[in-house]
Design a protein around this ligand. Structure first.
Ligand code: NDP
Length: 364
């Protein structure tokens, strides 16, 4: 009998404790199962874009406010001291989502187990350098880093190349990391996409979040084709095509394209430094939409390997409008391409084919 009473008392005690503690634990978030950390690699992490990008990832702008991360930061030996400074600042920022920081100049260590790789490091074009010299340096960097990712990254690693020439660096990476699915290797044109949305928002005096479905076609270079023929603005009367809302129809074929293409150079002129903050934000947008999905009815622009859609040669890394779902991107199909657009898309294709030939000649 005594045993029975003690047993009932133990049960009641446990239940009372649970009942009293649960609301508190719920409010404090203790009951939510914490997600496993995702390992995110940033190369060139001591550089300008790296310095802007790392805190954004640490605060959840890339993978969400409930996703812990382990940051892998890579730079070259001459930048080792600066890289250590970035790590110290990251520690001082005391970000709850950061579960570890690996700051290293060893590419194998940096790539070990990474789920996401943002490739920002690259050789910059210096005054007096030939195009071929810059290409040759970057081909060699991307060949080595591809091998390291191939050997050490997680099998499903998603790669975003930011360093220029971004599309062709991604192409080399795809070539030398054959076990990473081609679908997982992409390049950044999201900054150009965001710039296009912003230009339309300013022109029509509407909120930028009410503008959608611009497309960047082709290379992340001055031959890119920012296309707003299919763009839409949400108004009080519902959704309206952007070309219908513009009083000056020629703006979309002239100034709009030029401003988006030359925005980077304009910012360098104004700041005496490149557009690192908006590039870092765009890298976060690119990965976030790829991993978590694009909102229904919206598309974004990503440099992805062509499957021949819209007549773009298969295998080139070319920027297309895409939608993303469950970690996969899909090219938006069936858009009407007029003669003007076709010519622009072919011009940027031609440049990418020339870059590809130059890159392969550097490998020979
Ligand atoms: P940034 O961080 O400003 O730029 C890095 C790369 O991103 C460049 O290739 C740059 O192209 C490109 N980029 C793409 N979009 C943009 C944009 N909108 N605005 C600016 N840049 C853009 O360069 P830093 O020199 O500050 O940093 C580079 C880092 O890479 C350094 O820390 C350096 O040590 C490292 N590095 C690594 C190498 C390696 O991994 N082996 C080799 C050389 C350097 P663009 O050049 O056209 O501006």
């Amino acid at each position: 009998m005594l045993e029975f009473i003690l047993w009932v008392r133990a049960i009641l005690y446990t239940w009372c404790n649970l009942l009293l503690q649960s609301p508190y634990r719920y409010i404090m978030g203790y009951n939510k199962a914490e997600k496993q950390p995702v390992r995110v690699l940033v190369t060139g992490a001591a550089g300008q874009i790296g310095y802007a990008l790392v805190p954004m990832i640490a605060r959840g702008a890339m993978l969400g406010a409930d996703q812990p991360v382990i940051l892998h930061l890579l730079d070259i030996p001459p930048a080792a001291a600066a890289l250590n400074g970035v790590k110290m600042e990251l520690v001082d920022a005391a970000c709850p989502l950061v579960k570890g920081v690996v700051a290293t100049t060893d590419v194998a260590e940096a790539c070990s187990g990474v789920n996401i790789a943002v490739m920002v490091g690259g050789f910059p074009r210096k005054v007096g350098m030939e195009r071929k010299d810059v290409m040759s340096r970057n081909v060699s960097i991307y060949k080595d880093q591809a091998s390291a990712l191939e050997q050490h990254a997680a099998a499903d690693c998603k790669v975003l190349v930011v360093a220029n020439p971004a599309n062709t660096n991604a192409l080399i990476l795809k070539e030398f990391a054959p076990s990473i699915p081609a679908h997982n290797i992409t390049s950044l044109t999201r900054l150009d996409h965001n710039r296009a949305l912003a230009q339309i928002s300013e022109r029509l005096n509407v909120d930028v979040s009410d503008v959608k479905n611009v497309a960047i076609w082709g290379n992340h270079s001055s031959t890119q084709y920012p296309d707003a023929n299919h763009a839409i603005v949400t108004t009080n009367q519902g959704e309206r095509p952007v070309p219908e809302l513009l009083a000056d129809g020629e703006w979309l074929r002239g100034e709009f394209i030029k401003v988006v293409q030359e925005r980077g150079a304009e910012i360098i002129k104004a700041r005496k430094l490149s557009s690192a903050m908006s590039a870092a934000g765009a890298a976060c947008d690119h990965i976030r939409d790829w991993v978590l999905g694009t909102p229904k009815g919206r598309w974004v622009s990503m440099g992805v390997h062509s499957d021949g859609s819209y007549g773009v040669p298969s295998g080139l890394i070319y920027s297309f409008p895409v939608t993303c779902e469950m970690g996969q991107w899909n090219v938006v199909q069936g858009l009407h391409i007029d003669e003007f657009s076709r010519a622009k898309m072919e011009a940027t294709t031609k440049e990418l084919l020339e870059e590809k030939a130059l890159a392969y000649s550097c490998l020979a």
